[in-house]
Design a protein around this ligand. Structure first.
Ligand SMILES: NC(=O)c1ccc[n+]([C@@H]2O[C@H](COP(=O)([O-])OP(=O)(O)OC[C@H]3O[C@@H](n4cnc5c(N)ncnc54)[C@H](OP(=O)(O)O)[C@@H]3O)[C@@H](O)[C@H]2O)c1
Length: 276
């Protein structure tokens, strides 16, 4: 397993799609010899380009971190969400199957409705939002179009090079006296760096679905309170958003070793921001 993971990390026959996103950047650090491709280099909804690029790079492994991730935006633009998050992964999967390449794809806790609290990899999904529906479609078409896939579901991502909760809250905390943060949505924050570092190991495991998050469970309010002094709890009802979110979306990892606790990860992330 370790040998396979090391081989993957050092392989030049890897392409990273969505390489300029938050997770894409972290993946580039972990796979330094991979070919990073941003949105301007490839549109994952364009079948011909996807096939051409996988062929041209003689890819053995395709890592797809490209997605339309604006959860409220997806509610207004469901067609775009379906194209990028639903059909795009199907195109990539079909091209990978033809090229004999492995696909690593990232999905989300938002495919679940939150009524069950904890979710194992084989629990039945029931998305509440357009984003969740589009990401679930992405999973389904991958499973239909190929065998050698790793679908990694994750949640509440934070990291460099992207709009994320930690940065938003830090900035609000410096501007206003009290930052209201919802205390009744419960999930698992995950640092992009930790998720990216775990990816080679998942690649070395059997095809299938994996739940990979940092360890520990919290509300958004508890998460914010770990790194700002002026958070104050509020309810989801006080903070209406376009897209409905699951109240509980705790991804249970039953297949591989857990990552470190989110508290340690967020401490490190904030330290690394100060160093930049
Ligand atoms: N962020 C979270 O909290 C979270 C939680 C759970 C799961 N995930 C999943 O984790 C993965 C990575 O998320 P992230 O937060 O790193 O996303 P991100 O920062 O929004 O990055 C996504 C990248 O995909 C690109 N992209 C969008 N449409 C594309 C298209 N049609 N073709 C090619 N590239 C396209 C975007 O480029 P442009 O910006 O130029 O359009 C962006 O660089 C996604 O699959 C997401 O669904 C994220």
């Amino acid at each position: 397993m370790v040998v396979e993971a090391i081989k993957a990390v050092n392989s030049p026959a890897i392409v990273i799609l969505g390489a300029n996103g938050m997770l894409g950047h972290a993946l580039q650090e972990v796979f330094p010899r991979a070919k990073p491709l941003g949105h301007t280099a490839i549109d994952i909804t364009d079948d011909a380009s996807v096939r051409r690029i996988i062929r041209a790079n003689q890819a053995d492994i395709v890592i797809n971190a490209a997605a339309y991730t604006d959860v409220d935006g997806c509610e207004e633009h469901e067609d775009l969400a379906t194209a990028v998050n639903g059909h795009g992964p199907g195109i990539i999967a079909s091209a990978c199957a033809d090229a004999g390449a492995v696909l690593v794809h990232y999905s989300t806790d938002y495919i679940f409705d939150g009524t069950r609290r904890n979710y194992r990899e084989d629990d039945a999904p029931n998305p509440l939002s357009a984003y969740g529906r589009s990401k679930l479609l992405g999973e389904e078409v991958i499973r239909k179009n190929m065998q050698d896939y790793r679908i990694i579901r994750t949640s509440w991502l934070f990291g460099h090079y992207g709009k994320n909760f930690v940065d938003t809250i830090l900035s609000l905390s410096a501007q206003i006296t009290q930052v209201k943060v919802v205390n009744d949505q419960i999930g698992k924050p995950t640092y992009t760096v930790d998720l990216a570092r775990k990816t080679p190991e998942v690649l070395s495991l059997e095809p299938g679905i994996y739940h990979i998050t940092n360890d520990g469970v919290c509300s958004w309010y508890e998460f914010a309170s770990a790194f700002i002094p002026n958070a104050t709890p509020c309810s989801t009802a006080e903070f209406p958003r376009k897209a409905k979110r699951p109240m509980f979306s705790i991804l249970e990892n039953t297949k591989t070793f857990p990552l470190r606790h989110w508290r340690e990860a967020v401490r490190e992330y904030i330290q690394s921001k100060k160093a930049i």
